[in-house]
Write a protein that binds this ligand. Structure first.
Ligand code: PAF
Length: 325
């Protein structure tokens, strides 16, 4: 909160804000992994602008882009503690806090963006959001990171045997790692802020991320091969600290939820734009792009992992997601 006591008193009077615990401008700290121009920055900016506009400036944001507040796991902990207000994050480490969420991280579960977005916006996705408050986190909306693709410094990947033996950085996500092992990859979990250096130094051969992240993080500088494996959908979430939420009036809660919906639309649009234009850009930047990938061979390799997923999440629940049209 950065206004003087006199100005705050005047503003409180002008707004007649005695009904709210926030009588002056509250600056909310929002964190995300990539730049302010990236998909996360676009979604976060729309959220913050909507909240500022619809609360007559009682709330505004300070952006901490490019992992300035740490890796996503650390930032989730900060949200729980209330030392950070907002986080736009992939689901990567979220399942370690809210296990009910892990089902949406299963590789090759979603056919395409339409399917994924329909599930997130429908009863299954919305029900998952209700599991967060008991874990000390408020999930305002699903945003989006995108379908993940593999990059590496060694070779083109068309089928799992091409990926076999590659040391590949993954998120700290057991569902992903169990799946990727069936491709023969050696998964190396690592917080994202360490990744560029690890690729540069050759500590890992590759990584997997959606096009918007590969672009924003300039991985073309340290990775030669990009294969459009689209092996898993990477949902994202706009998370808020309960410390903030619990002090909001009912009408401010509505403003925050509506702003999160608009953020989601804007973030998904930026993901679409990057998917449409970013691959050519990465090629221009020197990456060798493999567009035709043997998806059936990857799905076949994944079968043993699906036995484990069915045990953990229930075959019926997985089918319910697959069946959404
Ligand atoms: O790879 C990851 O950890 C995530 O996809 C990232 C880049 C932090 C974006 O959420």
């Amino acid at each position: 909160m950065k206004i003087g006591p006199l100005a705050a008193a005047c503003l409180a009077l002008a707004l007649g804000s005695s009904s709210s615990a926030f009588a002056q401008t509250t600056t909310l700290k929002i964190g995300y992994a990539t730049s302010k121009e990236s998909h996360y920055g676009v979604g976060s900016t729309v959220f913050c602008e909507e909240v500022e506009k619809n609360t007559a400036g009682r709330f505004k944001c300070q952006h901490f882009a490019n992992s300035a507040l740490g890796g996503e796991r650390e930032q989730i902990e900060a949200i729980q503690l209330g030392t950070q207000d907002l986080l736009n994050t992939s689901t990567g480490p979220v399942g370690n806090f809210v296990p009910e969420m892990k089902i949406v991280d299963i590789p090759f579960l979603f056919r395409d963006y339409d399917h994924a977005r329909k599930v997130m916006d429908g009863p299954i996705g919305q029900d998952i959001l209700t599991k967060f408050p008991s874990k000390g986190i408020i999930a305002l909306a699903w945003t989006e990171n995108g379908f993940r693709h593999m990059t590496n410094s060694k070779r083109d990947i068309v089928k799992p045997s091409d990926a076999a033996g590659l040391k590949m950085r993954t998120m700290e996500n057991k569902v992903h790692m169990d799946g990727y092992r069936t491709f023969g990859i050696l998964p190396t979990p690592m917080a994202f802020p360490e990744l560029f250096g690890a690729l540069q130094q050759g500590t890992v051969d590759g990584q997997e991320n959606p096009i918007p992240v590969i672009l924003a993080s300039k991985f073309s500088q340290v990775q030669k091969h990009l294969s459009l494996t689209g092996h898993v959908y990477s949902p994202a979430l706009l998370l808020l600290s309960p410390k903030v939420w619990n002090k909001l009036s009912d009408s401010d809660k509505k403003v925050f939820l509506a702003a999160a919906q608009k953020a989601s639309v804007a973030q998904r649009k930026k993901v679409n734009d990057d998917e449409n234009n970013g691959i050519a850009q990465l090629e221009k930047d020197g990456m060798k792009v493999t567009r035709i990938v043997d998806g059936n061979a990857f799905r076949e390799a994944l079968k043993p992992a699906y036995v484990g997923y069915a045990k953990e999440f229930g075959a019926d629940n997985i089918k319910k997601i697959s069946d959404v049209r």
